[in-house]
Ligand binder design. Structure first.
Ligand code: SAH
Length: 225
């Protein structure tokens, strides 16, 4: 006997088993917020993963997507979402839609998610996924997210999923006085994941949460062929 019917060869794990294993891995690394874990558990990561990497959709790894960008590692998505401390009534601004995976996780926790992407192709693909999932609280914009979304400011929470070279001042100015912004900050291949919490008086308490590796936040929109 050979191939799929070989009794000595274990069948591939189902998506459910792989997802359960992923959620356990996140828990063991400190993602403990039940709402965040539930949002990750109910987001089909395979939908956001390119055909070529389908087998790896449930691994706790960042994977390549179109336009030379990446879909973030689930642990980092869990960590950043937890650090943001999202509340049900929140209006969130996300910079760097990419595949739309992180956007979808946020959409399950907040009232409205505004998301900005500088690649038209990625934005169009992500919009297709939001539609397929029936998400009604995601508002998209093709543009330079480094400038934020002034017409919709101020936001309760801002999440930046590309590495800002320095303090994200334009974005901080679009946060509510006691809002929270989480962003990778740094110019090199490894950045500091920072959390800025508004003190209510125009200042911020800043914490470094961990080290991360994100693609850079670039100026302007991308030119595509
Ligand atoms: N959160 C995404 C990961 C995105 S990778 C996911 O879950 O799949 C970072 C994304 O930020 C890339 O798609 C990149 O094109 C985008 N990006 C970089 N600079 C940007 C800018 N100035 N404005 C908007 N998007 C930007």
């Amino acid at each position: 006997m050979a191939g799929a019917e070989d009794p000595a060869k274990p069948a591939a794990d189902s998506s459910e088993t792989r997802l359960a294993r992923l959620v356990l891995a996140l828990r063991s690394q400190g993602v403990s917020d039940p709402g965040v874990l539930n949002a990750i558990e109910t987001t089909p990561r395979d939908l956001f993963t390119p055909e070529l990497f389908q087998e790896r959709a449930w691994e706790d790894q960042a994977l390549p997507i179109a336009c030379g960008q990446t879909i973030s590692q689930p642990f980092i998505v869990g960590l950043m979402t937890q650090a943001l401390g999202v509340e049900k009534r929140d209006r969130i601004l996300e910079i760097g839609t990419g595949s739309g995976y992180q956007t979808t996780v946020l959409s399950k926790l907040a009232r409205l998610v505004y998301t900005v992407e500088r690649y038209r192709t990625l934005m169009a693909e992500a919009e297709g996924r939001f539609k397929q999932l029936g998400l009604t609280n995601v508002i998209t914009r093709f543009g330079d997210g480094g400038l934020g979304w002034p017409e919709q400011a101020p936001f309760d929470r801002i999440l930046v999923t590309a590495a800002a070279p320095g303090e994200p001042k334009a974005l901080l100015s679009q946060l509510k006085p006691t809002g929270v912004l989480v962003a990778p900050v740094g110019k090199g291949p490894v950045q500091e994941l920072k959390r800025y919490r508004g003190d209510g008086q125009g200042g911020f308490d800043v914490e470094i949460l961990t080290e991360v590796r994100f693609v850079p936040l670039l100026d302007g929109v991308a030119r595509e062929l």
